[in-house]
Design a protein around this ligand. Structure first.
Ligand SMILES: Nc1ncnc2c1ncn2[C@@H]1O[C@H](COP(=O)(O)OP(=O)(O)OP(=O)(O)O)[C@@H](O)[C@H]1O
Ligand SMILES: [Mg+2]
Length: 209
């Protein structure tokens, strides 16, 4: 299972790296044009440092978090780094995950991002993608859907949340300096979170084929 997770994180890394310019362009509109550069730098290092043979899911997630924390920089490095570290704690000692574990991991991710960044939903950040995604995923688990259905629900909500960021004003991070001028632009962190979740879904779909 952890080697599957290794492949899954590799898929996330490749997706983020492939979207480096897209994420940077989003950040050019409302930030400092570095989000794609920051994230691609971090995930390039993740690809190099991730231990393929590690079996403990928590250990793989922790290593990912530590690398992102040390390599990404900016606001998003500590936020994504903490997200993976909290996910690691929720998955510590496990070599396989249930759909319910996925819900707990997403909740831990949100708690970590909020502990670090003190943002709430509606402030035009990555949380506007991740919080609704988590709610939709956990609701799908409760409704008895299989992992594939839960991931689809998660990604649909994450996309809606990411699109929604274009309609609101930023009140956290660098984009908040723009005030109302941030309206009309998608938040780069929400976009990278959506790409992360879609990469997980796509990875799982490929595994099922
Ligand atoms: N307090 C916060 N809580 C959650 N997400 C945040 C917060 N502040 C910023 N973000 C997210 O981080 C993204 C910006 O990441 P980026 O890598 O561009 O860092 P940055 O803001 O340029 O950092 P710096 O200003 O230190 O260079 C935003 O799009 C937003 O989603
Ligand atoms: Mg930036």
């Amino acid at each position: 299972m952890a080697s599957t997770l290794f492949d899954c994180i590799s898929k996330i890394a490749e997706t983020i790296i492939a979207n480096k310019d897209y994420l940077t362009e989003l950040d050019r509109a409302i930030g400092d044009a570095d989000h794609g550069i920051n994230m691609a730098r971090g995930y390039t290092e993740v690809l190099q440092q991730l231990p393929q043979e590690e079996q403990d899911i928590g250990a793989v997630l922790k290593k990912t978090g530590m690398v992102l924390l040390s390599k990404v920089g900016g606001a998003s490095g500590p936020l994504y780094g903490t997200a993976y570290m909290k996910a690691a704690k929720a998955a510590a000692g496990k070599t396989s995950l249930t759909t319910q574990d996925g819900c707990e991991i997403l909740q831990a991710v949100i708690a970590g991002i909020q502990l670090r960044g003190k943002a709430q939903r509606g402030e035009k950040t990555m949380l506007d993608a991740i919080i609704p995604a988590c709610e939709a995923y956990c609701a799908a688990v409760k409704a008895g859907q299989d992992f594939s259905g839960c991931l689809d629900a998660m990604c649909a909500a994450a996309r809606e949340g990411t699109d929604y960021t274009a309609s609101i004003r930023a009140t956290k991070g660098r984009a908040s300096y723009l005030g109302d001028r941030s309206i009309g632009h998608v938040d780069p962190g929400a976009a990278s979170s959506l790409l992360t979740m879609e990469a997980v879904r796509d990875f799982y779909r490929e595994q099922m084929q």
